[in-house]
Design a protein around this ligand. Structure first.
Ligand code: FES
Length: 80
């Protein structure tokens, strides 16, 4: 499963660093290194949306840093 988090300047200001931290922690906790292809990407052209742009297998979502753990648990883990 491909998980990309935008680290363009707009998403950076909205907390992409915290989203990345939360995802990495969950990958660690659940030993998902082999299953999740996790990358940071540059501006995904969704800056106008609220939250950080995250794409999962090409599908785009907007994630607030405080929702990052929940998001990963509901959208990534069950679909692996
Ligand atoms: S900076 Fe993330 S979508 Fe533009």
């Amino acid at each position: 499963m491909k998980v990309n988090v935008c680290i363009g300047s707009s998403c950076h200001l909205k907390g992409s660093y915290n989203v990345i931290q939360a995802f990495q922690q969950l990958i660690e906790e659940n030993s998902l290194h082999d299953k999740v292809d996790f990358k940071a990407t540059f501006c995904a052209k969704q800056c106008q949306n609220k939250g950080v742009t995250v794409s999962i297998d090409g599908e785009k979502y907007n994630v607030l840093p405080e929702e990052a753990r929940e998001f990963f648990k509901s959208k990534v883990i069950p679909n692996i």
